[in-house]
Design a protein around this ligand. Sequence first.
Ligand code: AMP
Length: 286
Amino acid sequence: MPTLFKRSREIRNYVRSHRCEKGHAVGFVPTMGYLHEGHRKLIRESKIQNDLTIVSIYVNPLQFGEGEDYERYPRDLQRDIGICEEEGVDAVFAPTDEEMYPERPLVSIEIKGLTDVLEGKLRPGHFNGVCNVVLKLFNIIQPDRAYFGEKDYQQLKVVERLVKDLKIPVEVVPVATVRDGEGLALSSRNTYLSPEERESALSLYRSFLLAERLLRDGNRDANFLKEAIRDFILAHPHVRKVDYVDIRDEKLNPVQEVKEGDRILLAVWVGDTRLIDNWRVGDAKV
Ligand code: AMP
């Protein structure tokens, strides 16, 4: 059974005693809970590379905008602790809002050209909330390594840059996206989807395969590919809106001519559920 901590001071002391007295390497997996196979993969990577693995479970209000799904975001701490136990997690940090934000935070982190594009443009303040909580969790846990999924590719790039610019002594380890048997990227938000909506949500993954086929046939123009992806997804029932389809290089700079290693990134509303996904060009041989 993992040890459950609610207080920063207590988990900090726990981690310190392992690091300092036993010389243990500490791996950290930050999550918002309602754990699934994607989270399990992050945990397994951490277990391989470290002596101690800590999972945080905290639905961070600061990264949700007004009218977003903060209230209805799925939560089940007991179920999550059970999954952590199955995976051999050493400790779970599940703080209260009071513990994380005793006062309204006044620090605001922005990374020019990274936090203000794509998700950041559609969800102003989102990455400020992400940076705030990630930096705070790093300061509380003080891990050697932290694990982030490519599922949230822009978040991964934001955290990598935060760590680099501020020389935070944490190694950020990216973990490839886990998909179900039909290609749907696993997400806690998939629980919102009805069976019919889930069927339409498969269009996200299938649009990546379409793009790979178009690329194979010599179509390298980013605008052409973006339009093709958008049209394909919008042709599915229950798809209400495409917030964006973009193709960028691996550092998220815009591209005109698409090449292997670039990223297709998109955000799509299926019914009342906003899904994000991304794809590394060249990852499927079609
Ligand atoms: P979340 O609980 O959704 O905030 O996610 C916590 C961490 O798990 C983030 O680093 C996510 O990128 C990662 N993650 C979520 N879904 C997946 C997935 N399907 N595959 C890999 N990593 C994921």
